[in-house]
Write a protein that binds this ligand. Sequence first.
Ligand code: KG4
Ligand code: ZN
Length: 345
Amino acid sequence: MQILAIETSCDETAVSIVKNGRETIANVIDSQIEKHKIFGGVVPEIASRMHIEKINACVQEALNHASLETIDAIAVTYGPGLVGALLVGVAFAKGLAFATQKPLVGVHHIEGHIAANYLEHHDLKPPFLCLVVSGGHTHLINVKTYTTFEIVGKTKDDAVGEAYDKVARTLGLQYPGGPKIDRLAATGDADSIKFPKAMLNDGYDFSFSGIKSAVLNYVNGEKMKEHEINAANVAASFQKSVVDILTHKTIKYAIANNIKTIVLAGGVAANSSLRSNMRSQATANNINLYYPSLSLCTDNAAMVGSAAYYSYIAGVRSNMSLNATPNLVVGAKPATGFSALHNNI
Ligand code: KG4
Ligand code: ZN
């Protein structure tokens, strides 16, 4: 079965065609990063407007790889994300589903990030433990089946990607700062500055606002003393604290619950230090580790097409009251926008 999937939750207009949840037939991504860079972050109003300008062309381009007649269902991210940005994708998907009389499937953005792994790791099946780390989310999730999720830990304040972007800004690096910190950290000494590791031994929730402020205070303090700041050392020390916390909690939960497979997902899963640290810890504890290739870590619509396939075969159908839901919770059943079938899973 082929699903045409649309993703517009933030600053990428993305459209994909995915076969049976595992094979990417088309993957069109129109990134707005260049437009937002000058403002130091995503400007919601600009994002919505650019999605409107781009979505038609992106759908057309995806359909160059498979004709509309061969599409069995239309999928769309309906939350969480920027409400105006989500609305563009949701409205377009509803219009397309209505006009073609094809089924519509609303997808949770985070469930999409998790499913990105199914596109490349054909042996991967639930259950597994997934660390979802992105610009807006930091979640430790027990993926029980393709469509049942239990959050076992989450951030109490900033998402880890948000902390990366703010620390990058403090160091004068452009948005999105995560990849730039990652590269800069490789040339620095990670033990040169001791930044806090909040809640390291305190359950499975996370907190990243303290470390973000600690970096800011350190940089401002050094500037006041007229010391030269070694940005590579700051980046490496910040990254070490963050990666140590993420790895420690994920591995600890897996061992405590006898989980043999860990999966990484979301934009920060592209981080080289997180990947290598988690790899060595997983190997040492006989745990399998999966993560997507770099281009599937950040936002794309192929991941939405994969998640939609598993929802579809579990009986999920959305209807014409599907709406953009900016604060959608993982695993939540929305009040409107889904047919009664949805309540059976
Ligand atoms: O998943 P994503 O594309 O969008 C959201 O759903 O939020 O994640 C974007 C985030 C940004 O904060 C970006 O700085 C971060 O992922 N990121 C990274 C790396 N690549 C992207 N953070 C650390 N290291 C990277 N290599
Ligand atoms: Zn995302």
